[in-house]
Design a protein around this ligand. Structure first.
Ligand SMILES: [Zn+2]
Length: 279
């Protein structure tokens, strides 16, 4: 997608490659994928031997390059999660593949980067309380389903109620919002729930799916956030983490405004806030 190249270019232009460590990840070790996805599904993806219906549901046309790209995205988010576990912040230019289930792809998500990364931290570090804040306009159905039985992972999804996915899974906390919710109402609810979750769950690490399809200009979103509202949303999440001395792994998620420069600017706001708060 064009937006990823543009974000990459803009980050260089704004000096992020000097201010922050810059990683180009290698594909993820398949064993880490298999810790979260079924072997039957992974074999199907690798070989492209899925049915037309499965392919249609994924939103992708299969190719070897697609599988490689997805594996690299998984690795990128894992790198961010490891940085977060050290109290820092890591941002993946892509990722946030929250519609992927253990055994199927949906909505442009083949593999679930947050679940893979969470599993890795839980198995290999001292971390045992991970909060996933999913503020993409679409519910994080795959993430919710894949972590439902693990109380070390708290999933918080705030999304447009009438939007895709039409069958929603149960997150630890779901906040469905009415169509055309505006900045004021959105930010009021976010602040309240973040505060509640931090006191109740006391996360050690936060994964933040910061999709910008919450903007009123988005073709697939149904909410009415302004550019400024989207920035305040990011600030609220990142400042709360910083205040509690908690590291964050961010993945970009969705963004489908007609004008690609709007999408890039909205994502850049997240990067700039991260730099202001952590660098
Ligand atoms: Zn989305």
């Amino acid at each position: 997608m064009e937006k990823y190249d543009l974000i990459h270019g803009q980050l260089h232009l704004e000096g992020f490659s000097q201010d922050a460590e810059w990683n180009c990840p290698s594909p993820l070790d398949p064993n880490q994928i298999l810790a979260c996805h079924t072997s039957e599904y992974w074999n199907k993806i690798r070989s492209g031997s899925w049915s037309r219906a499965e392919e249609r549901k994924s939103g992708f046309t299969w190719s070897r390059a697609l599988v490689l790209r997805e594996s690299i995205i998984m690795s990128g988010t894992l790198g961010c999660a490891l940085e977060a576990a050290r109290g820092g912040i890591g941002l993946n230019i892509a990722g946030g593949t929250h519609h992927a289930f253990s055994d199927r792809a949906e909505g442009f998500c083949l593999l679930n980067d947050f679940v893979i990364s969470a599993k890795h931290l839980l198995n290999n570090t001292e971390i045992n309380r991970i909060l996933i804040v999913d503020l993409d306009v679409h519910q994080g159905n795959g993430t919710a389903a894949m972590t439902q039985t693990d109380d070390r992972v708290f999933t918080f999804s705030m999304h447009a109620e009438t939007n895709y996915p039409f069958h929603k899974e149960s997150s630890t906390l779901d906040i469905p919002l009415p169509d055309r919710t505006t900045d004021t109402e959105y930010l009021k609810r976010l602040e309240m729930h973040l505060h509640e979750i931090f006191s109740r769950f006391a996360p050690q690490v936060v994964f933040y799916q910061c999709g910008v399809d919450v903007l009123s200009s988005d073709k697939l979103g149904k909410l009415s956030l302004t550019m400024r509202g989207s920035k305040e949303r990011d600030r609220m999440v990142l400042e709360t983490c910083r205040k509690h001395n908690i590291g964050v792994a961010c993945a970009m998620g969705g963004g489908y405004s007609e004008d690609v420069s709007v999408i890039v600017e909205a994502h850049m706001q997240t990067f700039r806030l991260a730099r202001d708060l952590w660098c």
